[in-house]
Design a protein around this ligand. Structure first.
Ligand code: HEC
Length: 509
């Protein structure tokens, strides 16, 4: 069955769009030669496959493999089987003897990345107010709750209905019960190191807030005691140099004057673990059903960290709310192991959410493709540094004994950030669904769960910019943080700070 798909026109259009886009930003620190491996994989495709299948811009006599429709109908496992075994009775050769399986997996991921590149970028609509979306199960309207934010990162409701929002530049903002963004940020919050992906990141409210008043923040600080060298003169577009920094977890209270008081540091890494990398801070916060605090720390662009239990980098951590270590943590009594570690082998985990059964769902960024949704087991190794579903130099396998694979993964990349389990009753057909935000993918995704399985997925929207975090309000509505697009095609570095919004999804009959 050779399908001739008249894709030349749309491919040419894709190529035109691509060439019109700004060159990829220089912000590739931490991607460890992934672009080079992608280039090599492209050459491998030209050598072995183009003769029959053509290239992204040119059709061949065999099916066009850069066709989204074809790819969406095949799982990676289907493609692997076809390429390995060939197609009997057709010209498609078996490559199982010719190419090592790791190269076949790389070709599959590369095909998906290339196919995405030929698609026009999602159209960006700066003002989503009033947009009505008829999704599969639920019609809803988008309300803009607040605008005028800069790179909003985390959000959490106080029991009285006020909404706390962090801005990466270091401001904790309050949206009052009437939906007004207070013009002044909370004063006296800890200073943050804002550079590339660093800054003030997540916020969470104590499960016993009415009694305790505690609010938790994850933020990035410059290494204490580090003497900043004089800032060099920069050419336009040049990034300032980075300096050793690390994720820190603090808590404090909000007084009546809107000031941060009673500040306590709950987690601070040993100073020799600070690193000048400006990427992969992780930093999502969540409370488990016993009220213990979980937080993520990324591997800071060095995958070896994720497999090294003596560093907090590339780990999910669990502490008591006062910062002490729970006695039932999996590695408490192991010498040379960071005792707050709850799970390991993570890359850049930015999504954490418990479901009604107490299972912990996590989302993390993969290398090129291979973004993961995981179910977290205490002490579990999630494999980064050794295995991945994406393209990464130095990683040759997708699975390995003792390493827990994802429940699902995304190639091409959506860059998942915050996630939430919906437990309200305002959208009855969404009850128990997992909502996943996407930064690069600029989307809010709805995942239908059946226990530990994902049975269905839907993209709810894709036109309103980077989607950073999602939570359920006291009114049972989903609240979502958006940020104006950055990176490819925008003329701005991926990590640029841009205006952001809080929206909510209002159900319509
Ligand atoms: C000698 C020609 C030839 C070469 C070389 C070749 N293919 Fe194919 N391929 C075909 C043909 C013909 C088909 C359609 C088979 C059929 O009728 O189902 C096909 C089908 C496929 C399919 C299934 C498409 C679908 O319908 O889902 C995949 C995937 C694929 N090829 C991948 C590859 C890759 C990857 C390479 C290089 C490593 C490659 N092919 C090299 C001829 C070729």
């Amino acid at each position: 069955m050779i399908r001739r798909i008249g894709l030349a026109a749309s491919l040419a259009l894709g190529a035109a769009l691509l060439s019109a886009q700004a060159p990829p930003p220089a912000a590739t620190a931490g991607f460890g030669g992934g672009r080079e491996l992608q280039r090599l994989t492209g050459e491998r495709f030209t050598e072995n496959c183009s003769g029959c299948h053509g290239a992204p811009g040119t059709a061949g006599r065999a099916p066009n493999l850069f066709d989204q429709r074809l790819l969406s109908q095949r799982s990676d496992d289907d493609l692997f089987r076809i390429i390995t075994n060939g197609v009997e009775g057709a010209e498609m050769p078996a490559f199982g003897e010719v190419l090592p399986s790791e190269q076949i997996w790389q070709l599959i991921a590369w095909l998906r990345l290339e196919a995405e590149n030929t698609q026009p970028r999602p159209r960006f609509i700066a003002d989503p107010a009033g947009a009505v979306i008829a999704s599969e199960q639920q019609k809803f309207r988008i309300d803009v709750v607040a605008q005028g934010l800069e790179t909003p990162w985390g959000l959490a409701f106080l029991p009285d209905g006020r909404l706390l929002v962090t801005e990466r530049a270091g401001r904790l903002r309050i949206i009052d019960r009437k939906g007004r963004l207070l013009p002044q940020a909370v004063t006296n919050t800890p200073p943050v190191w804002e550079r590339q992906d660093a800054g003030l990141l997540d916020v969470a409210v104590d499960p016993d807030y009415r009694k305790t008043g505690w609010i938790y923040l994850s933020l990035v600080e410059l290494q204490p005691g580090y003497q900043l060298p004089p800032a060099p003169a920069l050419k336009p577009g040049e990034r300032p140099p980075n300096h050793p920094s690390m994720t820190v977890i603090v808590r404090g209270r909000l007084n009546r004057q809107g000031a941060w008081v009673d500040a306590q540091t709950l987690f601070r890494a040993p100073l020799d673990r600070y690193t000048p990398s400006g990427v992969h801070y992780g930093s999502r916060l969540a409370f488990d059903p016993q009220g213990r605090l979980l937080f993520t720390v990324g591997e800071r662009g060095d995958m070896k960290n994720a497999q090294d239990l003596s560093t907090p980098l590339g780990k999910l951590h669990r502490i008591n709310r006062d910062g002490s270590i729970p006695s039932d943590n999996p590695f408490v009594n192991r010498p040379d192991v960071v005792p707050s570690i709850w799970s390991w082998g993570h890359r850049n985990p930015q999504g954490l959410a418990f479901d009604a059964a107490g299972r912990l769902w996590e989302a993390e960024h993969g290398p090129s493709g291979g973004d993961e949704i995981n179910l977290i087991q205490p002490g579990g190794n999630y494999g980064w540094g050794v295995v991945s579903m994406g393209i990464q130099p130095g990683i040759a396998a997708r699975t390995a004994p003792g390493m827990i694979g994802p429940i699902t993964y995304y190639t091409p990349t959506i860059a998942p950030s915050g996630i939430a389990l919906y437990r309200g009753n305002r959208y009855p057909s969404w009850s128990g669904n997992l909502f996943v935000t996407g930064l690069a993918g600029q989307q809010l995704r709805r995942l239908v769960l059946d226990g530990e399985r994902i049975t269905h997925e839907e993209v709810l929207f894709k036109s309103y910019g980077r989607v950073r975090a999602v939570t359920t309000g006291p009114d049972g509505l989903l609240y979502v943080l958006l940020q104006r697009p950055t990176g490819q095609g925008t003329g701005q570095p991926l990590s640029a700070s841009t205006p952001g919004l809080v929206i909510r999804l209002v159900p319509l009959p």
